[in-house]
Design a binder for this molecule. Sequence first.
Ligand SMILES: *Cc1c(COP(=O)(O)O)cnc(C)c1O
Length: 229
Amino acid sequence: MSEIETRLAHVMDRIRAAEKRSPYGQKVTLVAVTKFHPLEDMEEVIGLGVKEVGENRVQEMEGKYKALTVPVRWNLQGHLQKNKVKKAVAMADLIQSVDSLSIMEEIDKRAGEIGKVQDVLLEFNISGEESKTGLTPDSLEEAAEKAGNLSHIRVVGLMCMAPEYEDVELTRPVFREGHRLFEALKEKFPKGQISILSMGMTHDFEIAIEEGANMVRIGTAIFGPRQYH
Ligand SMILES: *Cc1c(COP(=O)(O)O)cnc(C)c1O
């Protein structure tokens, strides 16, 4: 077994165990976060059964998108700049990082130009950390209303991140609030449309699952530390 194969198997075991501890009975989808890792690593996990990959930057995604020859679902989850939206919409199956009303409008416009309805998640900044982007929980109603009026985006759920507390248990109230907002969001859209609660990364995904996450975004635990360059 390669290192990645061993790590992935371990992550899957931990996901399945956390699912069993969750009171919500949800099934969890893994997004393998491949940012700063080479195409070969992406190909390897897809070969091992991973169905979804996540990238943060449009430019890096584009390189891999053009080179990859096997099917996968593409998630974009980094803060998106307006001038990158056109490319993002051309590639992404799901844009997880809709963190402002203005970026929502731009996605709608660019998706309209290519006759696409873009699936998106609203990203909420729940912990109130100023360094993080995201909609404020107070703006849920306004954001949902705005999205409902745009014909080329479809909100299918919510994404959030917890601060990197040393004591990971401290993330629990953040994820609990994420779940509460997820339920509130369901009320604002047609039945069944809001189905994805994306929360949990390498250091905190088990707690996120226990609090109701049905999508986790994991990089380091699968691929090892990122080599920034
Ligand atoms: C990088 C990143 C991840 C994955 O982080 P790991 O700690 O490596 O698992 C997940 N979500 C977002 C939004 C990220 O930027």
